[in-house]
Design a protein around this ligand. Structure first.
Ligand SMILES: [Fe+2]
Ligand SMILES: [Fe+2]
Length: 167
């Protein structure tokens, strides 16, 4: 696996792990031995790490480069991926709103929907989108994409990203 895809793959693994942990936290809340503040912090993680660090790399760097190589992708799988990202933003907002109104059970249901769709999305990217990317670009081009990913992290804060990964 080249370095650019490796970055996205690692982010996918961090996100997957956090989905599991958040699920556990929700369960504790529903058994009345958890702190809702912890769940809110986890949701901030998804907004910041999954959406800003990760989805930005795909939306602003990888996907546009892929579409430049193969215009058909814009109306196919890439379109689908972008739509999913929008749905994730909406769902996450809804989970937050439900928590704020004290509807924890509904919030958990919504979170489970978010989690299920996000895991499906990650599987499609791992198994299809990244494979397509590897056939579209040369090693040098992938290396350039990797540098753009690095810039993206630097802009948002590399330290901050490492801290989020360490949690
Ligand atoms: Fe994505
Ligand atoms: Fe992704």
């Amino acid at each position: 696996m080249n370095k650019a895809i490796e970055v996205l793959d690692k982010e996918h693994r961090v996100i997957t792990e956090m989905l599991d942990r958040t699920d556990e936290m929700f369960k504790s809340i529903l058994n009345s031995d958890g702190d809702i503040g912890d769940v809110k912090k986890q949701l901030e993680f998804f907004r910041f790490y999954a959406d800003e660090y990760h989805h930005n790399k795909e939306e602003k760097i990888l996907f546009p480069e892929m579409v430049k190589r193969n215009e058909m992708l814009e109306f196919g799988i890439i379109h689908e991926m972008l739509e999913n990202h929008e749905d994730f933003r909406e769902l996450l907002g809804e989970v937050n709103e439900l928590i704020d109104t004290g509807s924890f059970l509904e919030a958990y249901d919504k979170f489970r929907e978010y989690s299920r769709l996000l895991l499906e999305h990650i599987a499609v990217e791992d198994e299809e989108v990244f494979q397509i990317a590897e056939t579209l670009f040369s090693d040098d081009e992938l290396q350039t994409i990797y540098y753009h990913f690095e810039d993206c992290d630097l802009e948002l804060g590399k330290e901050e990203k490492l801290k989020l990964e360490e949690i």
